[in-house]
Design a protein around this ligand. Structure first.
Ligand SMILES: [Zn+2]
Length: 177
């Protein structure tokens, strides 16, 4: 079902262009091969030392031209977790994360499913541009991108299904102090 993958990539591009329109120079150049799935056919474009997706959902290539490589399963399943608390400069929920966010070890925030998971993923990966690891600069940028996309969604400028808007509100509620 490559249709799902293609549709997911298209959504990722919509989010990326939305960020680019607002933040311009803070966002990397976007072209047809900027956001791609991890696959053999994209080997030539991936030009990274990574030859497997070992444990990660997606990654940003620090070499130019910068790209975002996304695991096919993620594009198919559209599942992730909200990093807004985990990557906050001042996390509101620091204790007992497992209890808060679920039984899986790698859940560090409320689970997100659907277009909203792709929105979060793109905010995360694009925040790696011109920043180091998941350090201070990344955190500032990620929060800026995510908060902007949340405002676009809640104001109806970036459209996601109504049940996903509810999911988003619930997730935001969950990471409040
Ligand atoms: Zn990251």
């Amino acid at each position: 079902m490559n249709d799902v993958i293609d549709e997911s990539l298209k959504i990722c591009y919509d989010v990326a262009r939305c960020l680019k329109a607002e933040f311009q120079n803070q966002v990397m150049a976007i072209n047809d091969n900027t956001i791609i799935e991890f696959s053999k056919k994209n080997n030539r474009l991936i030009h990274s030392s990574k030859n497997s997706m070992s444990g990660c959902q997606a990654f940003y290539t620090h070499t130019t031209p910068h790209r975002i490589i996304i695991k096919q399963n993620v594009l198919r399943g559209r599942e992730g977790w909200l990093g807004a608390n985990w990557y906050a400069l001042d996390p509101k929920k620091v204790n007992d994360r497992k209890k808060l966010f679920g039984p899986l070890k790698n859940w560090k925030g409320p689970k997100l499913v659907g277009i909203i998971a792709l929105v979060e993923l793109i905010c995360h990966e694009f925040a790696h541009h011109q920043t180091k690891g998941h350090g201070h600069g990344f955190k500032v940028k990620y929060a800026r991108f995510w908060d902007f996309m949340v405002s676009q969604i809640l104001s109806g400028k970036f459209i996601i299904p109504p049940q996903e808007v509810e999911q988003l509100k619930k997730a935001l509620e969950e990471i409040k102090a």
